[in-house]
Design a protein around this ligand. Structure first.
Ligand code: PBG
Length: 322
């Protein structure tokens, strides 16, 4: 045998030289669930180890993460039912606690990259990402609401906006609105291929944001489709997105790979709540070794072509490698 692939696996040093992909904290984004109030830290029961936090607790959490070497965060608001309405008006209201929290976070830690969520569902009495009319999600009536929300978030100091709503044309509409107001440096991480997935369950528990009626299949993508992701990628690129995201991540590694091969923008993947919850649950039962299974999961996302990994395990990973 002239070729013996095992030669390159003989020792840690040799395996290190032959290693094709790497994972560093630069690649990771830690999600944060924000609630209004003070001194609140409630564990999300379907996502153990993750909490709904008021801004004072978020500031502490972010400081801990920074001390571990993490710099990238994405924040989501859990909004009181009383503040929700059909047009998600609280999303751009002056007194919105999410916008105030973003300002405080960036004041305290200007060096972090702070990513927002642009979608109506946390603020909508219908629980949908777009505007509901006669039981349907009205694409073009959603756009002005999303652009107002986006403008308010840029003004609050978010570095990058994350449109997760899947309305057609929203990236272009948001880019135009931002540029008009002079927010030319605010980036857009578009949820390019966001699938109608069953794996968002724990997230919707955390935010109480499940749809009140129906499902999200008329705007989120069919899990059976891959080529359609190329259409979405093409549109987002033309409309001015700075990152293309695939969501969920693990069941969609082929989609990540396809986007990476076809586009030059950085590719993000959202390793979503349900995907993380499965691993946590198996580890709690003693069926999997978390400290080994979790890094293997994250490196598989890198191998598939992911540049930016949004994962509830970012802090865990930073702790493990410390
Ligand atoms: C809302 C949004 C969702 C997630 C991120 N932004 C839920 C949904 O579309 O219903 C899911 C994230 C996760 O499950 O971790 N637009």
């Amino acid at each position: 045998m002239f070729r013996r692939p095992r030669r390159n696996r003989q020792s840690a040093a040799i395996r290190g030289m032959a290693q094709e992909t790497h994972l560093s904290l630069d690649h990771l984004v830690q999600p944060l669930f924000l609630v209004d109030g003070d001194n609140i830290k409630q564990e999300v029961s379907s996502l153990p180890g993750n909490y709904r936090m008021s801004i004072d607790q978020v500031l502490k959490e972010v400081e801990e993460c920074i001390n571990l070497g993490l710099r990238n965060f994405i924040m989501f608001p859990a909004v009181d039912e009383k503040l929700k309405d059909k047009i998600a008006s609280y999303s751009y209201a002056e007194e919105n606690f999410y916008l105030h929290a973003a300002r405080k976070l960036k004041e305290a830690f200007p060096e972090i990259a702070l990513i927002s969520d642009v979608a109506m569902d946390p603020y909508s009495s219908d629980g949908h990402d777009g505007y509901v009319e006669d039981g349907k999600i009205h694409n073009d009536k959603s756009l002005p609401i999303l652009t107002k929300m986006a403008r308010a978030q840029a003004q609050a100091g978010f570095d990058i906006l994350g449109p997760s709503d899947m309305m057609d044309g929203r990236v272009g509409a948001i880019r135009e609105a931002l540029d008009k107001e002079g927010y030319t440096d605010t980036g857009i991480m578009s949820y390019t291929a966001k699938y109608a997935s069953a794996f968002y369950g724990p997230f919707r528990d955390a935010l109480d944001s499940a749809p009140k009626a129906g499902d999200k299949k008329t705007y989120q993508m069919n899990p059976a489709n891959k080529r359609e992701a190329l259409i979405e990628g093409e549109l987002d690129t033309q409309e001015g997105a700075d990152y293309l995201m695939v969501k969920p991540a693990l069941n969609y590694l082929d989609v990540i790979h396809t986007l990476k091969d076809n586009f030059d923008l950085p590719i993000a993947a959202y390793h979503v709540s349900g995907e993380c919850a499965m691993l946590i649950a198996a580890a709690q039962k003693g069926w999997l070794d978390f400290d080994k299974a979790m890094p293997e999961t994250l490196i598989s996302l890198r191998r598939a072509g992911t540049d930016v990994i949004i994962t509830y395990f970012a802090k865990n990973y930073a702790e493990i490698i410390k």
